[in-house]
Design a protein around this ligand. Structure first.
Ligand SMILES: C[S@@+](CC[C@H](N)C(=O)[O-])C[C@H]1O[C@@H](n2cnc3c(N)ncnc32)[C@H](O)[C@@H]1O
Length: 252
């Protein structure tokens, strides 16, 4: 089972309504949900994604449709979407989107969020870049800086980057996408911290409870990271770096 689908492990039951919010074009969740004889709904605001899904015979709704219906869902799955809401939308737009999502959960319904993590560590640390990759890494740092992704100063001296663990987290995980993704991904912060979860999901919503939270490091990242950084495993271990978290929230 893929890492993405394992976030749904044990959750889907026959007859449930499952909304895949920010579904992307893949049919993996669709097939998984149908396997359990549950009902799948995709939602994505990208016209391209909507068309790709329609070509596969999967109907894709948008936020306007969701707002117009009183349909409730037993599970709303948001895989790698929450950090995009935080990165691309204003505070009010992100709050409004999450309020719409929460209002469409049925009683005892679950919101399952799978996304990046956040070390939540302001300690200054250093990472050494493999010399032949330094120009590429510097390009990422420049773009991330221009998009106001960093929380504190990032200093590059020779092949060494000195920054807070949180900022290094953003640099390390962005770089693994490769140079061709700089323009797209440098718009996004990968820090999904407890403050944003409180602010946009829990805060003021007394009927939403955090049922479980699991953060983990996906070991295949070591291969990607080692192409760019020296002794990356030491950094990952020392600062307890996680590449994903799965949050399960339930409506009372
Ligand atoms: C990184 S992709 C994740 C796709 C899929 N959930 C996965 O994990 O493979 C994020 C998706 O969320 C969609 N998205 C981003 N912001 C959205 C919003 N405000 N409303 C609906 N969809 C959104 C994007 O179009 C994109 O398809």
């Amino acid at each position: 089972m893929s890492d993405k689908l394992s976030a749904l492990d044990g959750q889907v039951q026959k007859g449930m309504r499952v909304l895949d919010f920010g579904s992307g074009p893949s049919e993996d969740v669709y097939e998984y949900v149908r396997y359990f004889e549950a009902n799948y709904y995709a939602l994505d605001n990208s016209r391209q994604v909507q068309m790709l899904l329609e070509e596969k015979g999967i109907r894709c709704i948008d936020l306007a449709f969701l707002k117009s219906t009183d349909m409730k869902f037993d599970i709303i799955f948001m895989s790698s979407v929450f950090h995009e809401l935080l990165s691309y939308l204003s505070r009010n737009e992100a709050a409004n989107t999450m309020n719409v999502v929460l209002s469409h959960l049925s009683e005892n319904g679950k919101l399952i969020i799978r996304d990046w993590c956040a070390p939540e560590d302001k300690t200054l640390a250093r990472v050494e870049v493999i010399p032949k990759k330094i120009e590429e890494v510097k390009q990422w740092i420049k773009e991330l800086s221009e998009h106001a992704i960093f929380l504190s100063e990032v200093v590059v001296k020779g092949n060494t980057i000195q920054a807070s663990v949180d900022d290094l987290y953003n640099i390390l995980l962005h770089v693994t996408w490769g140079q061709q993704s700089i323009l797209r991904e440098s718009n996004e912060s990968y820090l999904v911290d407890s403050a944003s979860i409180k602010q946009f999901i829990l805060n003021g919503n007394q009927n939403i409870k955090l049922v479980s939270q699991r953060a983990y490091y996906q070991s295949d990242y070591t291969n990607y990271l080692s192409n760019y950084f020296k002794d990356v495993e030491i950094f990952v271990k020392q600062y307890h770096i996680c590449t994903k978290q799965v949050l399960v929230l339930q409506k009372a």
